[in-house]
Design a protein around this ligand. Structure first.
Ligand SMILES: Nc1ncnc2c1ncn2[C@@H]1O[C@H](COP(=O)(O)OP(=O)(O)OP(=O)(O)O)[C@@H](O)[C@H]1O
Ligand SMILES: O=C(O)C1=C[C@@H](O)[C@@H](O)[C@H](O)C1
Ligand SMILES: [Mg+2]
Length: 237
């Protein structure tokens, strides 16, 4: 168990192996934006307002976001939304079709719009796409609107998990839209992981996701409880 928060940052490390981040990196106004229907800065309003619970699951392709998200939602009695599914529904096309027809840029624009739309629901677990929080703008937005947790897995685990599934992940395909061969796939995964690692780690918490989905969900549930409590303390203080 590692605590990566700087020594000056408040930090809670639980017994279940999650890594906490410097909570002070969340701007104080972020907590205000979590208040349902509150447009005033009155302290009294903060004390009585229900606290929103939006949980954003991030992490590399096949880290388990879509698998674990519904389990977290069930544990906390929250709605569930898969951002890739929402993008497909809105576009009426699959993710590979969007990449093929509109390019990655077109996909990223749709992704950002779909992310913003999640603010309409105060009580939701959102499984993000693997690249959603790579953009600093998306990452900052998500961190201001909810708890952002990265599911962390290594390249070997990713490789095993995507072995039969690369057909719906365009970034793991070759120029002919065929899944990369295993060695080329491994190189692509390692390269993308190294490019994205910093972004995946600059969130509220990073969880070891190379465990049973239900175990990963229970750790995230625990993090959400601590986070919610901190929000209340912050706002009544
Ligand atoms: N904790 C886990 N243990 C074992 N297998 C898992 C685990 N989590 C997910 N998987 C498997 O890995 C594959 C990818 O999982 P999933 O689709 O949930 O990943 P994802 O993070 O949503 O990926 P993407 O970013 O591409 O949407 C699936 O076959 C799923 O069953
Ligand atoms: O890692 C990524 O950039 C992606 C992951 C998937 O979830 C999809 O959002 C899409 O294939 C892009
Ligand atoms: Mg997914």
């Amino acid at each position: 168990m590692v605590c990566r928060a700087s020594s000056s940052a408040p930090c809670t490390v639980t017994t279940s192996g999650w890594i906490c981040q410097p909570w002070k990196s969340v701007p104080s106004y972020s907590m205000r934006s979590l208040k349902r229907g509150i447009s005033t800065e009155s302290n009294q309003a903060y004390k009585t307002a229900p606290v929103a619970m939006r949980i954003y699951l991030s992490g590399f392709m096949a880290s388990g976001k879509s698998t674990v998200g519904p389990l977290v939602a069930e544990r906390r009695d929250l709605d569930f939304l898969d951002l890739d599914d929402a993008i497909e529904d809105e576009a009426n096309r699959s993710v590979p079709e969007i990449f093929a027809i509109e390019g990655e840029l077109g996909f990223r624009q749709r992704e950002t719009k779909a992310l913003w739309a999640t603010a309409e629901n105060d009580d939701v677990v959102v499984s993000l796409g693997g690249g959603t929080i790579v953009s600093k703008e998306n990452r900052d937005w998500a961190m201001e609107h909810g708890l952002v947790v990265t599911l962390q897995v290594d390249a070997d685990t990713i490789l095993d998990r995507v072995a039969d599934e690369a057909d719906h992940r365009p970034l793991l395909q070759d120029e002919n839209e065929q899944p990369l061969a295993r060695q080329a796939m491994r190189r692509r995964i390692e390269q993308m992981l190294s490019e994205r690692r910093a972004a995946y780690e600059q969130v509220h918490a990073v969880v070891d996701a190379d465990r049973e989905p239900d175990v990963v969900a229970s750790v995230i549930d625990e993090i959400a409880t601590v986070w919610k409590h901190r929000g209340e303390v912050h706002n009544v203080g």
